[in-house]
Design a protein around this ligand. Structure first.
Ligand SMILES: NC(=O)c1ccc[n+]([C@@H]2O[C@H](COP(=O)([O-])OP(=O)(O)OC[C@H]3O[C@@H](n4cnc5c(N)ncnc54)[C@H](OP(=O)(O)O)[C@@H]3O)[C@@H](O)[C@H]2O)c1
Length: 321
């Protein structure tokens, strides 16, 4: 099978096309013929790595896992002898999490892993795009317990996480203000934002409004600036917090008794099914910015690393008939 490897850390050029043996599923696993995967912010961060301290987890001198990619959508191609919930030919969607390995034509995953059937109303590309931003936004929205009529400010709202957060916050009944570049305002409106602001409007001294929840998606603002816009007793979310911000947030939350949420999220099959149900009902849509063939992975990484994608970048591994 075709695989894109990263045998060393570095720029997008370290990504190489190789031919590997097709994996054989264990008795409790299914093998998925991948139609689509995605390139996410996490992928280029692991490739570099960024921050450098990530080497302690991913491999000190070179990557331990040489195939990146977590999200996938495709067709069940083979099932292990003990598999009972999936059949050959099922349309499926899922995430391999920290195991990664979806920049490939096939992946094997336990039937009890983060994998479920992909409803026929959702395309493979949308299926692959739903999990990264969707899981992250939903996990933090659940931690804040977003309620009807609460106000939420989403900063970096055109990101993968942000575009999902807008729609999930609307689903839970919140009034949504978004912040992104001017050019992305029409996208914000199409995703349901009530008050889309551009950066100038947000940072203007005239903008003094306070919100129940400040949801910083991209780790690009100072915590003090977010706190200026947070109501007393509100929730601050720092999705893309750096280590420095995490320490800062810890101290602030202890000494000022402010609810600050940050750190890695948990992926669950319940949340994946919830996201798929909302997508099937047309309550959330997966914004697909660009689609690249597997062979153009380096180009896709360059684009995503530049930091201005709108929603999701999808990789076409296999053409659908
Ligand atoms: N905690 C967790 O478990 C977890 C999970 C997933 C992701 N993350 C983190 O969450 C962050 C977002 O991930 P993502 O994949 O959603 O990002 P992404 O899609 O790659 O983000 C791209 C977006 O960032 C916006 N952006 C760039 N510079 C900006 C700035 N200075 N101010 C505001 N927006 C800016 C761009 O909007 P414009 O073009 O309009 O500027 C663009 O739409 C990353 O830091 C990632 O590491 C954390």
């Amino acid at each position: 099978m075709k695989v894109i490897t990263n045998r060393k850390y570095g720029p997008p050029e370290v990504l190489r096309l190789e031919e590997w043996e097709t994996p054989i599923p264990k008795e409790n696993e299914i093998r998925v013929k991948i139609i689509n995967t995605t390139v996410n912010s996490g992928d280029w961060r692991v490739r570099k790595p960024d921050p450098n301290i990530a080497r302690l987890y991913f491999g000190l001198f070179k990557p331990r896992s040489v195939v990146l990619g977590l999200s996938f959508a495709g067709l069940v191609d083979t099932v292990g002898t003990k598999v009972s919930t999936f059949q050959v030919g099922d349309r499926v969607v899922g995430s391999t999490g920290m195991k990664m390995g979806t920049y490939a034509e096939y992946t094997c995953i336990p039937e009890t892993g983060i994998v479920t059937k992909l409803p026929k109303e959702i395309s493979f590309a949308e299926g692959a795009g739903i999990s990264f931003g969707g899981f992250t936004a939903l996990d933090f929205i659940q931690k804040c317990n977003v309620q009807t009529n609460q106000s939420i400010l989403i900063y970096g709202a055109s990101s993968s996480v942000g575009s999902a957060a807008i729609q999930l916050a609307k689903h839970f009944g919140a009034h949504v203000t978004t912040v992104c570049s001017k050019g992305n305002i029409p996208l914000m409106k199409s995703l349901g934002a009530d008050e889309p602001l551009d950066y100038d409007q947000y940072f203007s001294t005239n903008h003094t409004k306070e919100y129940d929840i400040v949801f910083e998606c991209v780790g690009k603002t100072e915590i003090q600036n977010n706190l200026k816009h947070l109501k007393k007793g509100g929730n601050l979310v720092l999705v893309g917090a750096s280590f420095r911000q995490m320490w800062q947030a810890l101290w602030i939350s202890i000494f000022k008794r402010i609810k600050i949420h940050f750190g890695p999220i948990k992926e669950s099959i319940e949340n994946l099914n919830f996201l798929l149900t909302l997508a099937t009902l047309g309550k959330i849509k997966v914004n697909i910015d660009k689609v690249y063939p597997l062979e153009e992975m380096a180009e896709a990484h360059r684009y995503v690393e530049a930091g201005h994608k709108k929603g999701n970048v999808v990789i076409q591994v296999e053409k659908t008939k």
